[in-house]
Design a protein around this ligand. Structure first.
Ligand SMILES: NC(=O)c1ccc[n+]([C@@H]2O[C@H](COP(=O)([O-])OP(=O)(O)OC[C@H]3O[C@@H](n4cnc5c(N)ncnc54)[C@H](O)[C@@H]3O)[C@@H](O)[C@H]2O)c1
Length: 337
C-alpha cells in the first residue's frame, strides 16, 4: 500500500520534530498531535520553515479519543508514527501510574482509534531501556528484555501490545524502533533539543555549560570498567534517527511483515569523549565536576545495528563530531552567545 498521509503523535518533541522535517521533505502529508506537555508551540513554525510541506497541527492528548478520531478522520491517515510519551526514567520511578496512564493507556486509546478508522501501520518509539542491564555487548535484538524502571516497562508493554495486535489482525503491521541515545540537532541550527528545566540528558547539559548557563557538567562515576572510567553509550544523531523512521515507513509499505530493530551506530563513546568532542566543536572549554556513580547507571551500552541495516536498509551516517557540531550550532543560535 502507498503511505502518503501520516499522523505523528508527539511530533513537536525532540525526535518527532526532526522526523517531521525529513518526512515532509520526502513528500508525506503530516498531521501532528501533541499536547505540548514537553514541547513549545513555536516548534511548529520551525518545522514548517524548514520543511515547507503540508503540516496540520492538533493540540490534543492521545488519551482523548474524540480528538484522535477527528485528527485521523480529517487527514485520511495511512500510517501513524507514535512518539508521544513521557521519558524521564527517574520521574517514572516516582510517578509510575502517570507513566502507565500516559504511555500505555495513551497507546491503547491511539490503537483503538486507528483500528476504528482502519489504519493498520504504526512506527513506534521504543527504547534501548527495554534491555535493562546489558549481559552482553553489543546488544542484539534477541538480548533478554528486563527493563529496570516503569518507563522501560511501558515501552516493553507497548511492544507486546503491538505484537498481540499483529497476531490478532494479520493486516496490522508495525515497526518498533529501539533508539539508543539520540543527540544533535538539525544541521541548519533551526531545530534542536530544548528541554524544560534542568536537562536530564548529557548533551543539553553540556550545551548549557558551553553557553555559560551552567558552570560545569556533573559526570557521574569515573571508576567504571571503560577506557577512561566514565560511562559509555551509543549516541546517535537525531537526523539519522529521522532517516530511520523514513526507512521504517518504506519497509511497512513494501514488506508483508512487522519488525523490531535497534537504531544505534554500534559505536560507544564515553561521557568524557563526548565532552571533548563538544569542546572541539564549540572551541570552548567545558569544565567537569566529577561525582559518584548514580544508582541504576551501567558502565557500557551500545547497539548491534546490523538488523536495521538488513531489514530497513538503514545505517547511521554521522559520527560524534557531527552530532556535537550540530548541537552546538543550535545551542549558540538559541542562547544568543
Ligand atoms: N530522547 C531519548 O533519549 C529517547 C530514547 C529512547 C526512546 N525515546 C522515546 O522517543 C519518543 C520521543 O522522545 P523525545 O526525546 O522526542 O521526547 P520529547 O519529550 O521531546 O517528545 C515527546 C512529545 O510527546 C508529547 N506528549 C507526551 N505525552 C503526550 C500525550 N499524552 N498526548 C500528546 N502528546 C504527548 C510531548 O509534548 C512532546 O512533544 C518518546 O516516546 C521517548 O520515550 C526517546
Amino acid at each position: 500500500m502507498a503511505v502518503k498521509s501520516i499522523l505523528v503523535t508527539g511530533g513537536l518533541g525532540f525526535i518527532g520534530s526532526h522526523t517531521c522535517v525529513t518526512l515532509a521533505q520526502a513528500g508525506f502529508r503530516l498531521a501532528i498531535v501533541d499536547n505540548l506537555s514537553n514541547a513549545k508551540r513555536s516548534v511548529l513554525d520551525r518545522i514548517r520553515a524548514l520543511a515547507q510541506g503540508e503540516i496540520d497541527f492538533h493540540e490534543a492528548d492521545i488519551r482523548d479519543r474524540p480528538a484522535l478520531d477527528r485528527a485521523i478522520g480529517r487527514a485520511a491517515v495511512d500510517a501513524v508514527i507514535h512518539f508521544a510519551g513521557l521519558k524521564a526514567v527517574g520521574e517514572s520511578v516516582e510517578k509510575p501510574l502517570l507513566y502507565y496512564d500516559n504511555n500505555v493507556g495513551g497507546t491503547v486509546t491511539l490503537m483503538q482509534a486507528m483500528a476504528a478508522a482502519g489504519v493498520r501501520r504504526m512506527v513506534f518509539s521504543s527504547s534501548a531501556t527495554v534491555y535493562g542491564e546489558p549481559i552482553r555487548l553489543p546488544i542484539t535484538e534477541d538480548h533478554p528484555l528486563r527493563p529496570q524502571s516503569p518507563y522501560g516497562q511501558t515501552k516493553l508493554i507497548v511492544e507486546q501490545m503491538l505484537a498481540d495486535e499483529a497476531r490478532a489482525d494479520d493486516r496490522f503491521r508495525y515497526a518498533a524502533l529501539r533508539y539508543f541515545n539520540p543527540i544533535g540537532a538539525h544541521p541548519s541550527g533551526g531545530l534542536g533539543e530544548d528541554p524544560n528545566g534542568i536537562p536530564n540528558n548529557l548533551l543539553p547539559f553540556v550545551s548549557q555549560v558551553a553557553t555559560g548557563l551552567r558552570p560545569a557538567v556533573r559526570v557521574f562515576g569515573q571508576d567504571y570498567d571503560t577506557h577512561d572510567g566514565t560511562g559509555v553509550r551509543d549516541y546517535i544523531h537525531v537526523m539519522d534517527l529521522a532517516a530511520g523512521h523514513l526507512a521504517a515507513l518504506r519497509f511497512l509499505e513494501a514488506a508483508n511483515a512487522s519488525v523490531t530493530v535497534n537504531l544505534g551506530t554500534g559505536n560507544g563513546y564515553s561521557v568524557l569523549d563526548v565532552i571533548r568532542a563538544y569542546e572541539r566543536a564549540s572551541g570552548r572549554p567545558i569544565p567537569v565536576d566529577m561525582s559518584p556513580r548514580r544508582p541504576g547507571d551501567v558502565a557500557s551500552c551500545y547497539a548491534a545495528p546490523a538488523l536495521a541495516a538488513e531489514r530497513l536498509g538503514w545505517r547511521a551516517q554521522f559520527g560524534i563530531d557531527e552530532m556535537c557540531r550540530d548541537a552546538w550550532a543550535w545551542a549558540r543560535k538559541n542562547s544568543g552567545s
